[in-house]
Design a protein around this ligand. Structure first.
Ligand SMILES: Nc1ncnc2c1ncn2[C@@H]1O[C@H](COP(=O)(O)OP(=O)(O)O)[C@@H](O)[C@H]1O
Ligand SMILES: [Mg+2]
Length: 209
C-alpha cells in the first residue's frame, strides 16, 4: 500500500493512502520514548480504540467525521476517509471576517451537537477541524473524547476552545469566540447556561494557579 506523509504530530503520524480506489488516511499513533513501555502501549491502544468508536458516535449525533474503514489495535492504526480540505487553523487568517464568523458559528453548533449527546471532544482546537471546499466543517482527532459527559466536562471543552483561540488566533479570538458561542447557544438553548457559567468558573480557577 503506497503511503504519502501528510502530517506528523506529537502523538501521531497521518499518511494519505488509497484503497479500493478511495482516497484514505492512515493514522498511526507512534510510541513515546519517555513513557514506560507498558503505559505507552496501553495508552496508544486505548486512544486508538476510543478514537475509532467516537468518530462513529459523533457522526450519529450529526457531526461530520471521516468514516472508519478498519482499525488495528495491535499496530495502533486507523484507516479512515481522507477529507479534502484545509485545517480551520490555517484558514482563519486567510478568509474574510464574514466567512470566519460563519465558520466559527458552525464550529460552535457542531460542539453543541456533541454536548447534546453527552459527548465531549477532549481536544477541541482549530487544528482538529477541517474545512472542505464547500465550507463544510469536519471534526477529527477523537482520541481524548468521552461519553456520559458531565456539565464540568462540557465546561472544560468550551474552556479549551477559548484557550485555543486566544493562543492561536489572538487577533481574531474575540470575533471567533463570540460566533462560536452564538452557534453553541443556538443549538443548546437553555441547557447552555450552566455550561457557560462553568466555563467561566474554570477560566477563573485557572487564573489563580
Ligand atoms: N481523515 C483525515 N482527512 C484529512 N486530513 C486529516 C484526517 N485526519 C487527520 N487529518 C489531518 O492531520 C492532522 C493531524 O491529525 P489528528 O487526528 O489531529 O492527529 P494528532 O492527534 O496528531 O493531532 C489534522 O489536524 C488534519 O489536518
Ligand atoms: Mg490533532
Amino acid at each position: 500500500m503506497l503511503k504519502q506523509l501528510l502530517f506528523k504530530g506529537a502523538e501521531s503520524v497521518i499518511y494519505r493512502t488509497e484503497r479500493w480506489g478511495l482516497p484514505l488516511v492512515l493514522k498511526w499513533r507512534q510510541g513515546k520514548s519517555y513513557l514506560l513501555k507498558d503505559i505507552d502501549t496501553q495508552l496508544r491502544k486505548s486512544r486508538t480504540n476510543r478514537e475509532c468508536k467516537m468518530l462513529t458516535i459523533a457522526r450519529t449525533l450529526g457531526v461530520p467525521t471521516p468514516a472508519v474503514y478498519s482499525v488495528d489495535l495491535d499496530k495502533y492504526v486507523i484507516l479512515m476517509d481522507f477529507i479534502e480540505g484545509t485545517q480551520f487553523k490555517q484558514l482563519a487568517g486567510q478568509v474574510s471576517q464574514f466567512h470566519l464568523i460563519s465558520l466559527s458559528r458552525e464550529f460552535g453548533r457542531l460542539i453543541a451537537h456533541l454536548h447534546e449527546g453527552n459527548v465531549v471532544h477532549g481536544d477541541p482546537t482549530t487544528s482538529n477541524v477541517i474545512v472542505d471546499e464547500k465550507s463544510h466543517l469536519w471534526i477529527v482527532d477523537f482520541g481524548l473524547s468521552e461519553m456520559n459527559a458531565t456539565t464540568e466536562m462540557k465546561g472544560v471543552d468550551l474552556h479549551l476552545i477559548h484557550r485555543a483561540l486566544e493562543t492561536t488566533h489572538w487577533n481574531l479570538q474575540e470575533d471567533m469566540l463570540d460566533a462560536m458561542l452564538e452557534g453553541y447557544v443556538a443549538i443548546m438553548k437553555d441547557s447552555a447556561e450552566p455550561i457557560l457559567s462553568r466555563m467561566k468558573e474554570i477560566r477563573e480557577r485557572g487564573r489563580y494557579h
